[in-house]
Design a protein around this ligand. Structure first.
Ligand SMILES: *Cc1c(COP(=O)(O)O)cnc(C)c1O
Length: 427
């Protein structure tokens, strides 16, 4: 499918039926798959043959959807997981173990921050957080001999920092480690991180990809570009024999597919965060219209951001598409047609309490712990998703205490603006 334009890939990639097969991706709602001889099955367990045998490892519905996302990102191989959190965990744990260290942008999703700062630490993996806007020299100071990767979000949730991906790729590669980009907010419609030097992409498919708030899910896509063998023993999980598969060496046997194969046959086998085939089917339905929806989300976000910037009661608006925004120039480079994402943030004069009163007065925009679906929604991160963080951590994560995260849906922008207008009149 790789020669088609991205819109065609959204609709057509992944499931390509042959003669007499269902036109629509079937839901293989089966935990297991039948074989004719014991030997046939044995070869699958030895990774000598590829084929389906148990849905914890692989399922045809899930694989078709992974193949679609892989094609959208321009990657080499991909896998689906039961959540974005699982995707982030596997992406890191696949090449890190106790005693290792990672470098991450500080402006990341609250759940990922906790994963790196608290849970990974309990597993013996330490994280140093860096300001994504710091100079290369400053960021390089975070590296240690045992650093294994760099992690950042292309558009930070909810800080909306627009990442200079080329800068991060340069830094990571100068230290001989891969760059992992969480591309959830931008989606491959607006940005494909591999084109800017990223090595691995992760997604919370729960957001724009599903798009209708029906299914939690995650995805990891590997570009196949990082040379694991170049750095001696550093990525020994990939480059030396795996005892749990009779000594298979992933890089030797699977080449560019080594990283995703290991994450599937080892981590997924042992940890088991699989999505259900039904959820993958729903995700695929979402992906079929991703290109249409993302355009509309972005158009509405532009309209709402422009409106908010004219309102007296609004203290500040953060949307990189607005001239004068801190990230306006970098956004122009990475998002040349002006489509960044459908999420904007802003604060109201009077601070936190006024922001909360405003949110409670909205009628169309619903208060939900969600973002990036068809319905306009709103959240106060300091009271909700980022509640566990200290004031200091909030500032480091780019979340001002008065910050309102406003996720523009695909309704008519006039109606969204009218709702904001009436709620502003209440404060
Ligand atoms: C939501 C989100 C996650 C976590 O994904 P879940 O599907 O909720 O587990 C990770 N990264 C980003 C940028 C997110 O927005």
């Amino acid at each position: 499918m790789s020669n088609y334009n991205i819109e065609t890939k959204c609709v057509q990639s992944g499931w390509t039926p042959k003669k007499g097969e269902p036109r629509v991706l079937p839901i293989y709602q089966s935990t297991t798959f039948k074989y004719e001889t014991s030997d046939q099955m044995g070869r699958l367990f030895d990774l000598e043959d590829s084929g389906y045998f148990y849905t914890r490892l692989q399922n045809p519905t899930n694989d078709s959807v992974a193949a679609k996302i892989c094609d959208l990102e321009g990657g080499y191989a991909a896998m689906l997981l039961s959540s974005g959190q699982a995707a982030n965990f596997y992406a890191v744990f696949n090449i890190c173990e106790a005693g290792d260290h990672i470098v991450s942008a500080s402006t990341i999703y609250g759940g990922t921050f906790n994963l790196f700062a608290v849970t990974m630490k309990k597993l013996g993996i330490e994280c140093t957080f860096v300001d994504p806007d710091a100079s290369e020299e400053e960021i390089l100071k975070a590296f240690r001999p045992n650093t294994k990767l760099v992690f950042a979000e292309s558009i930070a949730n909810p800080a909306l920092v627009v990442l200079d991906i080329e800068k991060f790729a340069r830094i990571a590669h100068s230290q001989g480690v891969p760059l992992i980009i969480d591309n959830t907010f931008a989606t491959p419609i607006n940005l494909r991180p591999f084109e800017w030097g990223a090595d691995i992409v992760v997604h919370s498919t729960t957001k724009y990809m599903d798009g209708h708030a029906t299914s939690v899910g995650g995805c990891i896509v590997d570009s196949g570009n990082f040379d694991w063998e170049k750095y001696g023993n550093k990525y020994h999980g990939l480059t030396t024999p795996d005892d749990s598969y009779h000594g298979v060496v992933y890089t030797k046997k699977f080449g560019k597919g080594a990283y995703i194969t290991k994450a599937t046959v080892q981590l997924m086998r042992d940890l088991g965060s699989i999505p259900s085939p039904m959820n993958c089917f729903l995700l695929n339905l979402g992906l079929e219209t991703l290109h249409l929806r993302v355009k509309k989300h972005c158009e509405n976000a532009r309209r709402v951001a422009e409106y908010l910037s004219t309102c007296d009661k609004v203290a500040w608006v953060n949307y990189a598409g607005l001239p004068g925004n801190k990230y306006y120039e970098v956004a122009k480079k990475y998002y040349p047609d002006g489509d960044i994402c459908g999420v904007i943030t802003f604060g109201l004069k009077g601070g936190r309490d006024v922001s909360i009163k405003f949110m409670d007065s909205l009628k169309l925009a619903a208060i939900v712990t969600h973002v990036a679906d068809a319905r306009t929604s709103v959240l106060h991160p300091a009271s909700h998703t980022h509640r566990q963080m200290t004031e200091e951590q909030l500032i480091e994560a780019g979340v001002q205490p008065d910050l309102i995260r406003f996720s523009c849906g695909i309704e008519n922008a006039d109606d969204i603006i009218e709702d904001i207008k009436q709620a502003l009149e209440q404060v």
